[in-house]
Structures are given as structure tokens and as C-alpha cells.
Design a protein. Structure first.
Length: 143
């Protein structure tokens, strides 16, 4: 019985050590706060989301922000490590219709206005440098 407990304890400790090593590269002091703007057909994107997904060779993490009136900002504490990222941007507008949400509330119906080439099929990229101070701005087109 004693050997099983020791084995379980050793496995638990090994797992915790692996977790600590895996998260060591995500030190908040290495993260970069990011901000910028998103334009769609020449006007600020009123309501949307922007996500930064690490590409091969970038340690991560993934980060994102809500886009409001064309602006977004990611705090340094939740920011990106230096590296290369694939960028996905989504945006919505109200259709004028109402619908019932999963909680039974009546809400405005919205529709995606950003083409898939900027979100689920995005080829947009951004390079984040240590000490990044230049805003990352995106000018999208419906054409």
C-alpha cells in the first residue's frame, strides 16, 4: 500500500513540475501590451473581436480583445510574447430583427460583416517585437 501512495505522489509531483516548466515561457514580464485600430471599408469597425494566434516558432499565448468603435487594446498582463501571429478579425452589425437567446431573453439579431478571409480563413499576420510601441492597425475591405 505504501508503494502505491509513493508512486501516486511521485506522479503528481512530476506532473506539477512539467506544468511549471510548460508555463515558464509565459512570464508576464515578457508579454507585450498591444493596441491598434480596425477599419472596415474605410470606417472604424463598430463591434467586433480580434484574436492573435501564435504561428510556428512562437511560444504563445493566444490573446484577443473586443473591437469597439474601431479600437482594441490588450493589457500587458494578458498580452503577447514577441513573435509572429496569425490574426483573425470578426465584426457584426444589427439586422434590425429580434431573436430569443438561450436564456429566453429577446435580443438584437446580428450578422457577421467581415469576410471569412479575415477570420476563419485569415491570412493576416502580425509580428510582435519586444518593447512593441507601434500600434498594430488593420484596414479591411469587403471587396
Amino acid at each position: 500500500m505504501l508503494s502505491r501512495r509513493n508512486t501516486s505522489t511521485n506522479l503528481l509531483l512530476a506532473g506539477l513540475m512539467l506544468l511549471a516548466l510548460a508555463t515558464a515561457g509565459c512570464n508576464s514580464s515578457s508579454r507585450q501590451g498591444i493596441e491598434g485600430t480596425v477599419q472596415f471599408d474605410g470606417t472604424p469597425l463598430a463591434d467586433g473581436l480580434i484574436s492573435f494566434l501564435p504561428q510556428a516558432g512562437t511560444a504563445g499565448p493566444t490573446a484577443g480583445s473586443q473591437v469597439t468603435q474601431g479600437a482594441y487594446s490588450i493589457d500587458r498582463a494578458k498580452g503577447l510574447l514577441p513573435g509572429s501571429y496569425r490574426v483573425e478579425i470578426s465584426g457584426w452589425r444589427k439586422t434590425g430583427a429580434k431573436k430569443t437567446d438561450m436564456f429566453g431573453r429577446e435580443v438584437d439579431e446580428t450578422e457577421q460583416i467581415i469576410p471569412s478571409r479575415y477570420n476563419k480563413e485569415s491570412k493576416l499576420t502580425a509580428d510582435v517585437a519586444k518593447g512593441q510601441s507601434t500600434p498594430l492597425d488593420f484596414d479591411l475591405s469587403s471587396k
